[in-house]
Design a protein around this ligand. Structure first.
Ligand SMILES: Cc1cc2nc3c(=O)[nH]c(=O)nc-3n(C[C@H](O)[C@H](O)[C@H](O)COP(=O)(O)O)c2cc1C
Length: 399
């Protein structure tokens, strides 16, 4: 098994159960330990209570590949402190991170007070929640006047404040500080850099993305969540967010260089996702939705598959393949385009006309029930290959 060390914390492996509904009870922490997870980030503790704190409403849009939640139960400070203490007493190898947010009038003093209390309760590390979109950010996007303190994904867009919070807390506590960031606002890499400059040991991404789930066009005033009357924006996670999460990790790695530690989260459910996340620059991986849907014990299979992948390529550590995509990804002005045109295999073509109907292409016509390509008009965009259900289209290099 591939152990991982950062800022003096020794993880059995770099896989962490990401903060969420699967890290709010001691039995879950015990199960996470039994199933071999390196760490667990506890469910968000918000102080002062009650902030927006409702019974959970989750939906799994299987075909669209996203999980979304509109309402969620957070932990109060006392609940989370007790969970931290129990977690430390009842697990041996699991690294426990306290995911925290202060939203009250004491500002930085409030953050600091929370941080100290979790350290006293035994948290191995702190995770500052600068990512949750279901706090003030939800209210703003949904059109409410900003009357609540900035928190989660609103606060997380501000490099100066996030940097300041990171510094004040890192200077005051003797455990590593993780900062979990939001991509909202489009400044995640700058905010990450501010975190590292101010003493963060690890920067994490990606929390949920705020979006609007599928709804019934015949009854648009009815919310799509079971047992919730109104429609609402919701927090998305799962496979749907993976491409965005890969980009966040990539963008941060590009900005901060090879040394700082990045915890990549978002849509990971199997070893291919995990390897992609590492290749885009992650040192550690967080997983939430897959644990919610299928429990804790898929991790051993995922780790075995990474081992096989490494054997196949002769890698002896995750670091050998970290950043491979970061190095490979080219900017739009540096792309090398192979010069090709489409060719139709007449025996396979059934003349259905799908390729002829493509809205942006004038290279294909149907004659005598077969597609014919005019190579001079073909730009090699390859859409015809995507829409051809008969597999009749291939490409030839221009000679
Ligand atoms: C229902 C739910 C609750 C969550 N609660 C928290 C939280 O309390 N704190 C936090 O930092 N992230 C929270 N998250 C975000 C996850 O930790 C994770 O960053 C996000 O879901 C993307 O990863 P995934 O696709 O593996 O789920 C929550 C996610 C879900 C689905």
């Amino acid at each position: 098994m591939m152990s991982f060390e950062v800022a003096g914390l020794k993880f059995r492996n770099p896989f962490v159960v990401a903060s969420g509904p699967a890290t709010k009870h001691i039995t879950q922490l015990i199960e996470a330990e039994q199933c071999g997870w390196g760490g667990a980030s506890l469910k968000l503790a918000i102080e002062p209570a009650p902030y927006i704190n409702l019974d959970p409403r989750y939906g799994w849009w299987k075909q669209e590949h996203y999980l979304a939640f509109s309402a969620e139960k957070r932990l109060t400070l006392d609940e989370a402190l007790r969970l931290t203490e129990k977690g430390r007493r009842q697990t041996k190898e699991l690294i426990i991170l306290a995911n925290i947010a202060y939203t009250g009038e004491k500002g930085m003093d409030g953050w600091l007070d929370m941080a100290r209390r979790f350290v006293a309760a035994g948290a191995h590390g702190l995770e500052l929640n600068m990512c949750c979109p279901n706090m003030s950010f939800n209210l703003k996007v949904s059109g409410e006047q900003e009357h609540t303190a900035q928190s989660g994904a609103s606060l997380g867009q501000n490099a100066e404040i996030v940097g300041m919070a990171t510094k004040i807390i890192s200077d005051a506590v003797d455990v590593p500080v993780f900062v979990k960031l939001t991509p909202e606002g489009g400044r995640i890499a700058e905010v990450a850099q501010a975190c590292f400059e101010n003493g963060a040991s690890v920067v994490g991404t990606t929390g949920n993305r705020l979006a609007i789930p599928e709804f019934d066009i015949h009854d648009p005033k009815r919310g799509p969540f079971r047992f919730q009357v109104e429609p609402s924006v919701a927090c998305f996670s799962g496979p749907w967010v993976k491409p965005l999460a890969l980009r966040d990790v990539f963008e941060i790695r590009k900005k901060v260089g090879p040394v700082p530690c990045i915890l990549g989260t978002g849509g990971v459910r199997n070893y291919v996702d995990a390897v992609q996340m590492i290749m885009c620059g992650a040192d550690m991986i967080g997983i939430c939705t897959e644990v919610m849907l299928h429990g804790f014990d898929f991790l051993s299979g995922l780790l075995e598959n990474i081992d096989k992948f490494m054997d196949r390529h002769g890698y002896n550590s995750y670091r050998n393949f970290r950043d491979l995509a970061v190095e490979a990804i080219a900017p739009a002005d540096k792309l090398t385009l192979e010069q090709v045109y489409a060719r139709v295999e007449p025996q396979l073509c059934d003349g259905c006309g799908c390729c002829e109907r493509i809205g942006h292409c004038y290279a294909i016509t149907i004659e005598d029930q077969k597609a014919i390509v005019d190579p001079r008009q073909c730009t090699g965009c390859s859409t015809c290959q995507n829409v051809c259900h008969a597999g009749a289209i291939s490409f030839v290099e221009r000679g």
